[in-house]
Design a protein around this ligand. Structure first.
Ligand code: ZN
Length: 282
């Protein structure tokens, strides 16, 4: 099942078109995509009976599948080859940081560059489908509504200016947390623990990896995070980026106005963003 947001309305994606859930369910489900995660098992039961005719839509109308989560986690150094390129040890425990919801954006569109040191980070993104506190890794997947594609866009000056790394701020400028094009339920994937992901800038491949190489897998992350916090339906986890960021290249390489960034996870879909100058002045 593919679920997401078209013009801010909860939609199922079928045969290349979109079915509006609120209208097709005659009001049983709210049009707001944020509201569905608290009733995720109900949607799973209802969706196969949805009788609406899929309607065409423009990619620019797509929004984040979970647009206003209560909590957003991102995981640093969660691929050993990315930890190595950043000069840090492979972590023994997950290293989460926040991305703030005001930085959310849809899967297609323009994003303003706040500086000349903005970097890409292609990531698999998890959306939580049921409350999780102190769950085991064996039960981790049971708490996942689905997976989507994400970019953990990163302004390296704010991130690294000190006295401590500022992951949260440096990665939360407007538009810096795009997700989409939709959520895909894990049952649709041949192997949800092994998904190719990556990104390209103007057609040049910058990152190409596999979630099979995650230091902490999706179910392990859910166990480790939920050992401390309570994960709520709709919460979003950016699971970390494979190697190939711009910061650690020789010379470093960053996004420039006019660049087109395509980010994908095979079996889920792709996002397409272009960048403009003076992001703060938009
Ligand atoms: Zn990241």
């Amino acid at each position: 099942m593919r679920v997401g947001s078209v013009s801010g309305r909860l939609s199922l994606f079928v045969n290349g078109g979109a079915i509006d859930v609120e209208r097709t369910s005659e009001g049983r489900f709210d049009a707001d995509p944020s509201a569905v995660y608290a009733r995720w098992p109900e949607l799973i039961d209802w969706a196969p009976t949805a009788a609406g005719e899929p309607q065409p839509f423009d990619a620019e109308e797509l929004g984040p599948p979970s647009p206003r989560p209560a909590q957003v986690f991102a995981i640093a150094a969660n691929y050993s080859a990315h930890a190595a390129e950043g000069g840090v040890d492979v972590p023994r425990w997950p290293a989460p940081f926040p991305k703030w919801v005001s930085s959310f954006a849809g899967p297609v569109g323009e994003i303003g560059l706040p500086s000349a040191r903005t970097d890409w980070e292609a990531e698999l993104v998890v959306i939580i489908g049921s409350r999780a506190h102190k769950v085991t890794a064996d039960a981790g997947w049971d708490h996942v509504a689905g997976l989507t594609v994400g970019q953990d866009l990163s302004e390296r000056d704010v991130q690294l200016r000190g006295p401590y790394p500022q992951m949260g701020l440096g990665k939360s400028f407007p538009g810096f947390s795009p997700t989409g094009p939709w959520l895909v339920t894990p049952d649709e994937l041949d192997d949800a623990d092994s998904l190719e992901l990556g990104c390209s800038v103007n057609g040049e491949v910058m990152q190409q990896g596999s979630t099979a190489d995650l230091v902490f897998s999706v179910p392990t992350l859910i166990a480790e995070l939920s050992a401390v916090v309570t994960l709520e339906p709709g919460d979003v986890i950016f699971t970390g980026t494979p190697p190939g960021i711009g910061l650690t290249r020789t010379p470093p390489r960053f996004l420039a106005p006019g660049d087109e960034l395509i980010t994908y996870v095979k079996g889920i879909g792709e996002m397409r963003h272009t960048f403009t100058a003076n992001g703060e002045e938009r």
